[in-house]
Design a protein around this ligand. Structure first.
Ligand SMILES: *[C@@H]1O[C@H](CO)[C@@H](O)[C@H](O)[C@H]1NC(C)=O
Ligand SMILES: *[C@@H]1O[C@H](CO)[C@@H](O)[C@H](O)[C@H]1NC(C)=O
Ligand SMILES: *[C@@H]1O[C@H](CO)[C@@H](O)[C@H](O)[C@H]1NC(C)=O
Length: 388
């Protein structure tokens, strides 16, 4: 058993206790016995009720503290000094449902992560372990004052997030992949960082033209969404970009609109009937068109993408390489999301007509580092090109 110094109970602190999902948290335990093994454990229930868990083994310092910003984990969900490891290391608890991917639906509530300090080195928050201290943190996608506006206009199904204040703001059109639905969290976070952002549904949403499992909107749908954003009285019409992930990149590159910036995350040709060669050919057509029409305002950023290399070469040949930044992250998986959120290496893609688990890949720590770096570089890139 541990002996408690001066009879005072150990304390676990988190700062900030309530913050945005992309804000680092500093976690520290004190009033602990010195040089003792402890486990720090994070637990969170998703909106679907599934338990997610991460844990790490530490040894307390000579002053009876453990500080996750500087101390090294020697075992558990992550190793080494990983100040945010308890958050990006969250994984479905053993015995839970398979193929889970953490996707917050309700932007008006936070993810609630309870962090506890346990005696000894244990491998989960089991009933045998003695809890020494705990703290509950709130992780938000939507900052106070951000407005969430449902969009049902000209057939466009989306959700617009508007930063606090009158604007006008630079803006982003936010396109996710073929998983479909109306995915709001990245837009909510972008609005929390000062960008109006429109999450757009284009497949897998009950208010879109059927069938639900196939895309049944035309190119004009995406153009309408872009113009709707551009024409909004709180948006700077000449500072509107597009962010796409996976199939969303393909859609972004197809729009006949003229975005000021493009952020392409994990471009992929999900449409199997479009081969890679066709895709490159198709992209270079688009590029040529866009560069000739507005060469100075067009910027392109590509991540984790094999096609990116070929695009880079194409652009170089066209003398446009200064417009293009390609960042590649070895060890990261396909789903590069906002930082400090867990990586789903595999998740349930569809249940109809048959259950299908898709492998997204990535090593947890490398993926987490990629998410952190990519998000920071993306915000810098947007700041540079949309706000100045
Ligand atoms: C943890 O260590 C870091 C780096 O030394 C320091 O900045 C931070 O204040 C410490 N946290 C607490 C709560 O003392
Ligand atoms: C797509 O939606 C239209 C109605 O907007 C409908 O007439 C058409 O049959 C749908 N296409 C398919 C393949 O179901
Ligand atoms: C996939 O590619 C084929 C062939 O180019 C095209 O007919 C089809 O519309 C594409 N599907 C989507 C969802 O874009």
């Amino acid at each position: 058993m541990l002996t408690i110094i001066c009879g005072l109970a150990p304390v676990l602190t988190a700062a900030p206790v309530r913050g945005l999902i992309d804000e680092p948290i500093s976690i520290k335990g004190h009033l602990l016995p010195r040089d003792c093994p402890v486990t720090v454990c994070a637990q969170m229930h998703s909106e679907q009720g599934d338990l997610w868990e991460a844990f790490a083994h530490y040894k307390t310092n000579a002053d009876g503290t453990v500080n996750l910003t500087t101390d090294h984990s020697v075992g558990g969900s992550y190793l080494g000094c990983e100040p945010m490891g308890l958050f990006w290391g969250l994984q479905p608890a053993p015995g839970g449902r398979e193929g889970l991917r953490l996707r917050k639906k309700n932007m008006e509530t936070p993810l609630v992560v309870r962090v506890s300090l346990l005696e000894g080195h244990v491998s989960s928050r089991d009933s045998q372990s003695t809890e020494l201290a705990a703290v509950t943190t709130e992780r938000w996608y939507m900052a106070p004052g951000v407005q969430r506006i449902a969009i049902r206009q000209n057939g466009v199904i989306g959700t617009l997030f508007m930063p606090p204040g009158p604007g006008p703001f630079p803006a982003m059109l936010d396109l996710w992949g073929m998983g479909g639905g109306l995915i709001e969290y990245r837009s909510a976070l972008l609005a929390s960082r000062g960008y109006a952002s429109l999450s757009l549904a284009y497949i897998g949403h009950k208010e879109l033209p059927s069938p639900r499992n196939r895309m049944n909107v035309s190119d004009s749908y995406f153009n309408s969404a872009f113009h709707l954003l551009q024409d909004h009285h709180q948006v700077c019409a000449d500072r509107v970009g597009i962010i796409g992930l996976s199939f969303g990149v393909y859609l972004a590159l197809r729009t006949a609109t003229q975005p000021s910036v493009m952020v392409c995350v994990s471009m992929s040709s999900v449409n199997k009937s479009v081969g890679e060669t066709d895709f490159i050919k198709f992209l270079s057509t688009i590029h040529t068109h866009l560069f000739t029409s507005s060469p100075s305002s067009y910027r392109l950023m590509i991540r984790t993408c094999c096609i990116g290399y070929q695009m880079e070469e194409t652009l170089k040949a066209a003398g446009k390489s200064q417009l293009f930044t390609r960042l590649s992250y070895p060890g990261a998986g396909h789903l590069i999301e906002p930082p400090y959120t867990p990586n789903s290496r595999a998740s349930l893609w569809s249940v109809k007509p048959k259950k299908l688990i898709t492998l997204w890949g990535g090593h947890l720590a490398a993926h987490a580092a990629a998410q952190e770096d990519a998000w920071k570089k993306m915000l810098d890139f947007m700041e540079c090109n949309l706000r100045r």
